[in-house]
Design a protein around this ligand. Structure first.
Ligand code: SF4
Ligand code: SF4
Ligand code: SF4
Length: 309
């Protein structure tokens, strides 16, 4: 397929898949890593699911396609003991996933020397609910990919593929954030209240987030109970505030939480708003340096306190 005005050439994905299989085989045979975390074809036609490959013969199972949406950094935290027990890990990372890896290194979840990063050039992935072998275009592309500035992973041990020329997509995320910011505080409150009222507290957003690695989430505790666990308005509001505050200054913006949410709650809009506030208040942007400490984890005499009314 070739690029039309709003369609991405998907030939890249086949080329990267071939290179990825060869690289994974090499990495496992040489002992560079004991396991490669990547994606393999899922049960449904055209789908992809995370895969952990330890046998060089199984490297052939690995794929890269627009269905490879998962941020695999999730499997590298200390909480994933069963994965870490396999030995030194290699992980396949898209450009946007690299920010999560850098964040986890900064939080001491992972040492750079303990992971071999196989970067893949990426022209985009499907948005939620797109299945099969749909063309990658205006209607199917994930919203984050429309404004992507990280198609080539930086800082990987090896980088596979070359991104084709991408059509200029109309940005959605920036416009959505501008609409939110144009609201009055009362309108904004009503906006979030309505969205959070749909939350069923399935915690899919938490389970896919590389930064939600606490072995016991505050929101699951019942002795004492910090947050009401049933999906009712007060508990839902508290859960979303806890989520937003715990991720502020750490969220890598991968939008996995929003993709996984079955109730179509715009979680990454809240993440992006928090990220923007932290940039404006403290000049902080998550995921660009491995050894950073978020502004909410340290105190400085000259911290901006203008938000305190
Ligand atoms: S944001 Fe960029 S790197 Fe990430 S999936 Fe989309 S196009 Fe690929
Ligand atoms: S909060 Fe959402 S966007 Fe941020 S790192 Fe976690 S899953 Fe990704
Ligand atoms: S994934 Fe959606 S519905 Fe489930 S807990 Fe998170 S916000 Fe609520």
């Amino acid at each position: 397929m070739t690029n039309t005005a709003h369609t991405i050439d998907t030939a890249l994905y086949d080329a990267v898949t071939d290179a990825l299989r060869a690289e994974a085989k090499k990495v496992l045979e040489s002992g560079t890593a004991a396991a490669v975390i990547g994606w393999q074809a899922g049960r449904r036609r055209g789908s992809a699911v995370p895969a952990i490959v330890t046998d060089p013969a199984d490297a052939e199972k690995l794929i890269f396609s627009p269905s490879c949406v998962n941020n695999l950094a999730l499997y590298l935290t200390k909480a994933k003991k069963e994965v870490r027990e396999k030995g030194k890990l290699a992980v396949v990372a898209k450009g946007c996933d690299m920010k999560a890896l850098a964040g986890l290194m900064g939080e001491n979840q992972l040492k750079r020397d303990d992971v071999y990063i196989i970067g893949v050039a990426c022209a985009g992935v499907y948005g939620p609910a797109i299945r099969g072998n749909a063309p990658l275009d205006d209607g199917t592309l994930a919203r984050k990919c429309r404004e992507c500035a990280a198609e080539l992973p930086e800082g990987a041990d090896v980088s596979l593929g070359t991104v084709p020329r991408r059509p200029a997509f109309t940005p959605h995320e920036a416009a959505e954030l501008a609409r939110l910011e144009a609201m009055t505080p009362a309108e904004r409150w009503a906006f979030w209240k309505e969205h959070f009222s749909r939350c069923i507290r399935c915690y899919a957003c938490r389970q896919v987030c590389p930064f939600c690695y606490c072995e016991q989430c505050l929101c699951d505790r019942n002795r004492p109970q910090a947050v009401e666990t049933t999906p009712r308005p007060a508990g839902n509001m508290a859960w979303h505030m806890v989520r937003a505050m715990h991720l502020a200054g750490r969220c890598a913006g991968c939008a996995e939480c929003e993709r996984a949410c079955p109730m179509d709650i715009p979680l990454n809009l809240l993440n992006r708003k928090m990220a923007k506030e932290l940039k404006e208040l403290y000049g902080h942007e998550a995921g660009f340096q491995a050894k950073e400490k978020g502004p909410l984890a340290e105190y400085r005499e000259d911290d901006n306190q203008s938000f305190i009314k």
